[in-house]
Design a protein around this ligand. Sequence first.
Ligand code: IMP
Ligand code: MG
Length: 172
Amino acid sequence: MLNLDTLISEEELQARIAQLGAEISKDYEGKELVVLCILKGGVMFMTDLVKHISVPLKMEFMVVSSYGDEYKSSGLVRIIKDLDEPIHDKHVLIVEDIIDSGRTLAYLTKMLSERNPASLKLCTLLNKEEERVTDVEVDYTGFKVGNEFVIGYGLDYKQYYRNLPYIAVNRG
Ligand code: IMP
Ligand code: MG
């Protein structure tokens, strides 16, 4: 079992997500959005975020698997479930749980941009900037976090803990 400390409380998460939703609504005023959740990690964040977005939107889901151990992704990304509809000429907002090395998102944004969306932006709940090994342009960040392994609110350790309503850190 992990020894958990709360890093970001449920109240802090919800307050920041409401702000992000308002900001996104303003930025996309007059437009329609495709909100693309990267499963499984992005699921809690996406479902809460869309409740605060006021422009018309469609929800899409992609399942990707990044090879690696339980702590790190390798950047070798396999698409297990692709989008249901084409994104050509659509405004697409990718919603992720966390960007660490950036490898997963670098691969995904390249692949999706080849489908010629009208725009492609990235929203991540957590951003581990210090860990970046590839350039990824992040348009919306919920919280910056340090180089610690975090879990909860979608983020897992060996597939567990995704259901926590807050973000926790393992103190060992
Ligand atoms: P990247 O390709 O290194 O940016 O890895 C991103 C993916 O690695 C995330 O979508 C998570 O699935 C996983 N990941 C990275 N850091 C953490 C963490 O602290 N906790 C849980 N999963 C993480
Ligand atoms: Mg993930």
